[in-house]
Design a protein around this ligand. Structure first.
Ligand SMILES: Cc1cc2nc3c(=O)[nH]c(=O)nc-3n(C[C@H](O)[C@H](O)[C@H](O)COP(=O)(O)OP(=O)(O)OC[C@H]3O[C@@H](n4cnc5c(N)ncnc54)[C@H](O)[C@@H]3O)c2cc1C
Length: 351
């Protein structure tokens, strides 16, 4: 029998951040991950504490932001890879009215550090922005695919830290305040399966709503963009003249097929603010694990206290996970209660 403090199911950003908590506190663990690309791998990797539709701060941004910045810097140092690249977002203004709204917003205490009060003019002839840009500060690009592969290698370098296989829920046994999975025993299992948690029989039915997002990757040699650009869609530079554009939102959709509708939507939107020629080289899809109240889902249910969930990260996973993983660690290890607003127990009231 292999004895560990924790078993973690799924290695996306939630699984990685919980592993980091366990390593920080000297706890032993094993990760079981099927090696498939989840939401983290398919994301845009934009780290943004603001909401650029309405010029507001993201929920709880002032608490999430400093912990997250510190987390990604430390992780980059530990892996000796630059996975967190500070990059401004330029938000294209659609009108004078938007410029005015930005000015008002940039004066608010919670946005002062993020929305620059100086407007920028477009000097890039490939970008149509007659009303100029507002610059968002404190933002970054997370190289999610690199992070996932570096972290997997990091775990492979440690003995019995990761198994690449599909977790079989029917093999869980619970005895004397311990959980057993095949030949592994642990104090608790932490489930970080993203939207695939809907296959987990211990997870409350309908607590997660899959929201499918599609991106196009384009090659545009004349675009010459080194910042994140936000018009009616994001344009995310990938290097070598490649850019990711998107993403779309399709609620209650868990399918991973690429659709013509999404391709048309992205193309028509991007052509409204990018005027240089480009070629589409790839279309990708992923499913965001969202909840009906747009808050994460953390903790366990009364009937199975040793089966713990870390889910519901929606479209802001990168910003939230570092602090949430601290909260979840304190809950799992030290019985510190989780705030009702983000606790999984609240799902009992959901129909
Ligand atoms: C198109 C798109 C764009 C996005 N853009 C951004 C963005 O720019 N910024 C941002 O902050 N967020 C973004 N998000 C949201 C972000 O990706 C998620 O909030 C976050 O990645 C969720 O991470 P997770 O670890 O919970 O799940 P996942 O990343 O899905 O990880 C779960 C892992 O568990 C594995 N797994 C599941 N079930 C099992 C099982 N039974 N056995 C073994 N392994 C299993 C899966 O294969 C997967 O590898 C985006 C999401 C999408 C889909």
């Amino acid at each position: 029998m292999i004895e560990k403090d924790y078993i973690i199911v799924g290695l996306g950003i939630a699984g990685i951040s919980f592993c980091e908590q366990l390593q920080k506190h000297g706890k032993s663990f094993i990760v079981i991950d099927n090696g498939e690309e989840g939401s983290t791998a398919k994301s845009g990797g934009v780290f943004n504490p603001t909401v650029l539709k309405r010029f507001t701060a993201a929920w709880n941004a002032s608490a999430f932001f400093p912990v997250a910045v510190d987390f990604y810097h430390r992780l980059s140092e530990k892996l000796q890879e630059k996975i967190f690249v500070e990059t401004p977002i330029l938000r294209i203004f659609k009108s004078i009215e938007e410029q005015n709204n930005w000015t008002v917003a940039s004066d608010k205490r919670e946005l002062q550090d993020f929305l620059s009060s100086i407007f920028l003019k477009s000097t890039n002839t490939a970008v149509e922005a007659p009303f100029g840009f507002g610059e968002v500060l404190g933002t970054a690009q997370i190289h999610a695919n690199n992070l996932l592969s570096y972290y997997r290698n990091h775990l492979k370098d440690q003995e019995a830290a990761i198994l690449t296989e599909e977790f079989q829920y029917t093999r869980i046994q619970q005895k004397e305040n311990k959980v057993f999975y095949k030949n592994i025993s642990a104090k608790k299992i932490i489930f970080t399966e993203g939207s695939k948690v809907i296959d987990n029989p211990f997870f409350p039915k309908k607590a997660i709503i899959g929201n499918k997002g599609e991106y196009l990757t384009i090659k545009a040699p004349l675009l010459k963009l080194e910042v994140l650009l936000k018009g009616s869609m994001y344009v995310i530079p990938l290097g070598n003249d490649a850019y990711k554009i998107g993403a779309t939102y399709s609620r209650d959709d868990y399918s991973l097929n690429s659709t013509d509708e999404a391709r048309e939507e992205i193309l028509s939107k991007v052509k409204s603010f990018i005027n240089c020629p480009f070629e589409v080289i790839e279309q990708t899809t992923g499913v965001r694990p969202t909840t009906k109240d747009h808050r994460p889902l953390l903790g366990s249910l009364d009937e199975n206290p040793n089966l713990v969930f870390f889910n519901g990260l929606g479209s802001r996973g990168f910003l939230m996970v570092p602090l949430l993983s601290e909260i979840l660690y304190d809950y799992a290890e030290n019985d510190i209660p989780i705030a009702k607003e983000i606790g999984i127990q609240r799902t009992s009231r959901w129909k």
